[in-house]
Design a protein around this ligand. Structure first.
Ligand code: ADP
Ligand code: ASP
Ligand code: MG
Length: 406
């Protein structure tokens, strides 16, 4: 009998009525003759509340205690869903990360799953009982509770599907699939029937939060058949597939945005060999990830402006690191700017077609939007623009690439 893993996000388990609706969905899948393992998130808003309490309790907290608190939202929903299933006469039990266990490394707040013990789960599944597993959490080698990073229940679901060799991993959320752009911002966004792993990976890492980036990575690595669909209706969802399963490939499949960006410009940096290493070396030592970089050509051969981006949460740390090294770097001024957004167009069709970048730049120009930094890879182009233009840029690009729904 095939195992199906079903994951329900925060809005899908936001209250008891919705949890009852989830139980009905699980019951229907059982009736189709499947064994069902369910992964749940905390009720919508609960994890945010827990994070706020931790931050209010201690400005620079022990991350092990952060995880002890922030992981608790999922404990409530696993138990409530098991009870809702029992109410339908279906045997079910809840599992916390440490009980299985789901082993992780010790990187609290962003732990990685290293192994999942499935023997007892399998026994439970084979007895016909639904196994309800808490998303987002695990156990470190020194027996502490860990969390996988915000939105991490998707990772639990895919990792569990891989460990159980499940037939499919269905991610139920508040939209009925992966759209060409965030449907909350681009009203004309279209639902995709299928998207390649590679494109989904880029879309997730460039801001489309419908799936966690690492869940897509894992699905790709372990060949997990991944589907995104709505827990509120029965519309067909989006399947994440290999490239050869897509017959007609669009030039551009998706347009994303990420507000989690901040820009730092160093004015008049000496234009000499080694300067980039002396800026980005210390940032990397401080575990600050630098994303986009642009260095202007120096007119006099002596000094140049250098701009780079970091995650918004790293801005303070990045500024501090660069300021500590001001003496040796010898720049004239440091200008931080958190009011930026990264807009990206993604599509495997770009590999074989020219002109995608041209359309992007012309569209921005036509709307009078200044492009501050550009970066490209084989299947994506990203531009950094002022945050106030996010909606305008997304909608204009969506039309320009012919993605608008009728
Ligand atoms: P869950 O709580 O179920 O995990 P999330 O809020 O993490 O749900 O993800 C779903 C949200 O992702 C949607 O409500 C939607 O606004 C957003 N989203 C962003 N980009 C896309 C996209 N390209 N396609 C679908 N949803 C997207
Ligand atoms: N509850 C966690 C969060 O809000 C995990 C998840 O929802 O995927 O980040
Ligand atoms: Mg999510």
């Amino acid at each position: 009998m095939a195992v199906i893993v079903q994951k329900f996000g925060g809005t899908s388990v936001a209250d008891l009525d919705r949890i009852r609706a989830v139980a009905n969905r699980v019951a229907a899948t059982l009736r189709e003759g499947h064994q069902v393992a369910v992964v749940v998130s905390a009720m919508a808003g609960v994890t945010n509340q827990l994070v706020t309490w931790v931050r209010d309790a201690h400005a620079d907290c022990d991350t092990r205690e952060y995880d002890a608190v922030v992981s608790t939202g999922e404990q409530v929903t696993t138990g409530l869903l098991a009870l809702a299933l029992n109410n339908l006469g279906i045997p079910a039990r809840s599992w916390l990360g440490w009980q299985l266990p789901i082993d992780t490394d010790g990187a609290h707040g962003r732990a990685r799953i290293t192994a999942i013990e499935t023997a007892e789960l399998r026994r439970g599944l084979e007895s016909g009982a639904v196994q309800v597993v808490a998303g987002f959490q695990g156990r470190s080698a020194d027996n502490r509770v860990t969390t996988l990073g915000r939105g991490g229940s998707d990772i639990t679901a895919v990792a569990l599907a891989a460990a159980l060799r499940a037939e499919r991993c269905d991610i139920y959320t508040d939209v009925d699939g992966v759209y060409t752009s965030d449907p909350r911002i681009v009203a004309k966004a279209r639902k995709l029937d299928k998207i390649t792993y590679e494109e989904m990976l880029e879309m997730a890492s460039l801001g489309a939060k419908v799936l966690h980036t690492r869940s897509v990575e894992l699905a790709m690595k372990h060949n997990v058949r991944l589907q995104v669909l709505s827990s509120f209706n029965d519309e067909p969802g989006t399947l994440v597939v290999d490239e050869d399963e897509i017959v007609e490939q669009e030039l551009v499949s998706g347009i994303t945005y990420s507000r989690d960006e901040a820009k730092i410009t160093l004015v008049r940096v000496p234009d000499r060999p080694g300067i980039a290493a002396s800026i980005f070396g210390p940032l990397s030592d401080a575990e600050v990830n630098v994303d986009m970089i642009v260095q202007n050509v120096s007119e006099d051969g002596k000094a140049t402006d250098l701009t780079f981006t970091v995650a918004k949460g790293d801005l303070k740390a990045a500024v501090a690191v660069v300021e500590v090294h001001k003496g040796e770097l010898g720049y004239a001024a440091l200008v931080p700017d958190p009011n930026v957004v990264k807009v990206s167009v993604i599509g495997v069709g770009m590999r074989s077609h020219a002109g995608v970048a041209k359309t992007m730049f012309e569209t921005m120009a036509a709307k009078g939007i200044n492009i501050q930094v550009i970066s490209t890879s084989e299947i994506k182009i990203s531009v950094l623009i002022a945050e106030e233009y996010t909606e305008l840029a997304l909608r204009a690009l969506h039309s320009a690439y012919g993605l608008d729904s009728a």
